[in-house]
Write a protein that binds this ligand. Structure first.
Ligand code: AMP
Length: 405
């Protein structure tokens, strides 16, 4: 059982707090994808609307704060949250004041301008280096914008930053509806899953997913490994992988994970065939391999048709499925077939009554590429990293800070 579970039980919920007419500071995760200043996917904003509307109906003045991208502790115009303020105003249907800074006179001006029933969005928290340092003075300055703190940034819960952790020292606080929904889905799947429980783990690097694989083996019936990380596992079984992605220093770790699955009686499925290419370019010569092995000088870029059938059959027969990471270089349409098939199988499993959960920005992009709508999946997590750390059983700093009050 994730250790987090005990923490969840102790957390106050926004709907239980007495917030009428209060000034409420809400940490949201508006780290949305943008192209040339235009938001290309507003899901993360929409997902916070339930909490925002709840607070507006209670005549609160709502001060929202978020990070965007990875600016290096100083203002960088391309990471400004201004486009988010415009989008939020439309989606929330409430006057939204944008503050050109998250602390200091600019912030105070916007917060003062907002009346009860209105919103203020502060500029990118990461324009200040103190944010990522979890600095108390900076956190106190953020806390001074309100009388109550709501944690609604699920995607940032695994970060011990000033706006997610230290801020809770200076204000009473609670978790918002999105954080509640995320935790409930993940907790239910991990603690008491309907079986068979299948995990599909893909993506580029084994190193990012070692801990989650260890935890999942204690819980699932089948673990499917695809994507670039599958090659390190194949190499651990002495299978030839040609020029495919290999983390040579993780081969031993992969072998241990295979052994753990074997000893725990957990089925582990690796790709049985691959789409391999001479060069990682869309129009390079491509071949489906006859077996798990890849010829010298060839590179695996997607799972092959036999693996596709094997994996999707498992998914469709499961009652709980957790998916993180594409099983091929899906950004190139010619190498996206396997990942698209996984997305479609997830939708079919949902239709047949399974609980399907997915997380991670890339995995959500695959869904879009596959034409599968988010409502065809039981739960699309807004935080890839946070959901993996939760499953690993790690204490998430953004929750711990609130639970210690
Ligand atoms: P991650 O951030 O670890 O979930 O990895 C996602 C990335 O894995 C995507 O950008 C994919 O292009 C990449 N990926 C998936 N399959 C492969 C592969 N066979 N070789 C190299 N990269 C891959």
């Amino acid at each position: 059982m994730p250790t987090e579970n005990k923490t969840i039980l102790k957390l106050a919920k926004v709907q239980d707090a007495h917030l009428k007419n209060k000034k409420v500071v809400v940490r949201v995760d508006y780290n949305v994808p943008m192209k040339d200043g235009v938001i290309t996917d507003d899901t993360r904003i929409r997902e916070t609307l339930k909490t925002i509307k709840f607070l507006l109906e209670a005549d609160c003045r709502v001060v929202l704060m978020s990070h965007l991208g990875r600016p290096k502790g100083k203002p960088e115009p391309r990471y400004s949250l201004k486009p988010v303020a415009d989008c939020l105003e439309k989606l929330a249907g409430a006057k939204t004041y944008f503050a050109a800074d998250c602390v200091g006179p600019e912030a105070a001006k916007a917060v003062k301008a907002a009346k009860n029933g209105e919103l203020a969005l502060l500029e990118n928290l990461r324009f200040h280096a103190e944010e990522e340092k979890n600095d108390d003075t900076f956190a106190k300055a953020l806390a001074e914008h309100g009388e109550f703190f709501v944690q609604e940034a699920f995607g940032a819960l695994h970060r011990a930053h000033a706006s997610t952790a230290a801020v809770a020292k200076f204000l009473p606080g609670a978790i918002g509806f999105l954080v509640q929904k995320e935790l409930e889905y993940l907790d239910k799947a991990m603690v008491n899953p309907m079986r068979p429980f299948v995990a599909v783990i893909g993506g580029a690097k084994v190193s990012d997913k070692i801990n989650v694989l260890y935890s999942l083996i204690d819980k699932v019936d089948t673990v499917i490994i695809g994507g670039g990380m599958a090659y390190t596992f194949l190499a651990a079984q002495q299978t030839n992988i040609g020029r495919s992605l290999l983390e040579a220093d993780k081969v031993e770790e992969a072998r241990k994970i295979i052994m753990k699955a074997f000893k725990s009686n957990v089925e582990m499925l690796l790709p049985a065939d691959h789409l391999s290419v001479k060069e990682v370019k869309p129009d390079a010569p491509a071949e489906v391999t006859q077996s798990m092995a890849i010829a010298d000088d060839w590179t695996g870029v997607d799972i092959g048709p036999r693996s596709e059938m094997l994996f999707t059959d498992k998914i469709k027969a499961a009652k709980t499925i957790f998916w993180n990471g594409p099983v091929g270089i899906f950004e190139t349409p010619a190498f996206a077939k396997g990942s698209i098939a996984i997305a479609k199988a997830m939708a079919e499993a949902t239709k047949n009554g399974a609980t399907t959960i997915l997380g991670g920005g890339d995995t959500l992009s695959v869904l879009k590429t596959a034409g599968v709508k988010t409502d065809q999946i039981s739960h699309c997590s807004t935080g890839g990293g946070a959901s993996l750390e939760f499953i690993e059983g790690k204490m998430l700093p953004g929750l711990v800070a609130l639970s210690q009050k």
